[in-house]
Design a protein around this ligand. Structure first.
Ligand SMILES: [Fe+2]
Ligand SMILES: [Fe+2]
Length: 205
């Protein structure tokens, strides 16, 4: 019961954008530079996409940690989930600094990702971890794409995205180390398609 309350609290905070970071934002100490309006709007939209990605990461990790059987795997999932919470807080903070807003559909993204995470978890640790490793790989790639698109002078946003990308790479490596299977190609493609839908919608809404 206590666990459920903790998880529910975490879900509400994720959706509302009031997560607490345990590490300071990578943007800290970097000066804010003047960026033109169009580029600022683009940076906001990209960060909204990233924030939604992190809302989904919360839900996925929660869904999976609830069903993971192996205590070592569970501990790794919980550690990664804490770092995802930093990402959630950092990206929400950056969106506010840039004068933007979070996705209005956060509850929906969360619910969808939680359901997927619970299914992956129910398939057993090997597949659970496989799903996680592939998610992290796609997110890592995706963040790399954002680094190409973000205004070069927006060093604060870039610092956040770079730090997130480095964490995701570590999460993927740890999932593989814990014995992740390799997902079949059609599953990877379906995940790409789902993430395409999410990123396209979240860029706008
Ligand atoms: Fe993340
Ligand atoms: Fe991650």
């Amino acid at each position: 019961m206590d666990r459920l309350i903790v998880e529910f609290d975490r879900a509400l905070r994720a959706v509302a954008g009031v997560a607490h970071a345990s590490r300071p934002s990578p943007a800290e100490g970097i000066s804010e530079k003047e960026i033109d309006e169009k580029e600022r709007m683009h940076a906001v939209a990209l960060m909204r996409v990233n924030h939604v990605g992190e809302v989904c990461a919360q839900a996925l990790y929660q869904g999976q940690a609830l069903t993971a059987r192996d205590p070592v795997a569970r501990q790794a999932l919980e550690q990664a989930a804490r770092e995802e919470e930093d990402h959630l807080a950092w990206s929400a903070e950056r969106i506010r600094e840039l004068g933007g807003r979070l996705s209005l559909l956060n509850p929906l993204w969360y619910a969808g990702a939680f359901a997927i995470g619970a299914v992956a978890g129910a398939l057993g640790d090997r597949w659970n971890l496989a799903f996680l490793a592939e998610t992290e790989r796609q997110v890592e790639e995706h963040l790399g794409g954002h680094l190409d698109e973000l205004p070069p002078e927006d060093s604060r946003t870039r610092a956040v995205v770079e730090a997130m990308q480095a964490d995701e790479a570590r999460h993927r490596a740890s999932a593989i180390e814990l014995g992740a299977a390799e997902l079949p190609e059609p599953v990877k493609r379906a995940m790409r398609l789902a993430s395409k839908v999410m990123t396209t919608v979240a860029y706008r809404v």
